[in-house]
Write a protein that binds this ligand. Structure first.
Ligand SMILES: [Cu+2]
Length: 136
């Protein structure tokens, strides 16, 4: 009986390690998408799930007007909060479970705009990303 429990505990801690590794590897910007040359309409589809935005590393030109179509593919409420390079919140919208929300943004300043989910701990779990705005 004791042996069985020991094996079970080892299995649980290995599973926990895998979960931790997955959580760590999800944190931070990973995938890059440049709108330049990809879409003249500047519509960008983003998938929000537990706990990431995909893509989450985006590059645009100053003056670009981008329409984010953000689909929450999970069954929990998420949020899309966008800060300009000065740290000012310029968008803060709910993303209801299973719904797609359209968020138009005109990028007027060069620099790094950051976005994240403002639900408790979601940002820390990896629900964040950035839009780099460069001069033409
Ligand atoms: Cu969230």
């Amino acid at each position: 009986m004791k042996k069985y429990w020991r094996a079970r505990r080892a299995a649980i801690s290995i599973a926990a390690l895998f979960f931790l590794a997955a959580a760590v590897s999800c944190a931070g910007p990973q995938r890059q998408v440049s709108l330049n040359g990809i879409s003249k309409k500047h519509v960008l589809d983003i998938k929000a799930s537990n706990f990431k935005f995909e893509p989450n590393n985006i590059k645009v030109f100053r003056g670009d007007k981008v329409t984010f179509r953000i689909e929450n593919t999970s069954d929990t409420l998420h949020d899309f909060t966008l800060k300009d390079p000065g740290g000012k919140i310029i968008r803060d919208v709910d993303l209801p479970a299973g719904k797609t929300v359209v968020v138009p943004v005109a990028f007027e300043k060069t620099g790094i705009y950051t976005f994240y989910c403002d639900r408790p701990f979601h940002k820390q779990l990896g629900m964040k990303g950035q839009v780099e705005v460069v001069a033409k």
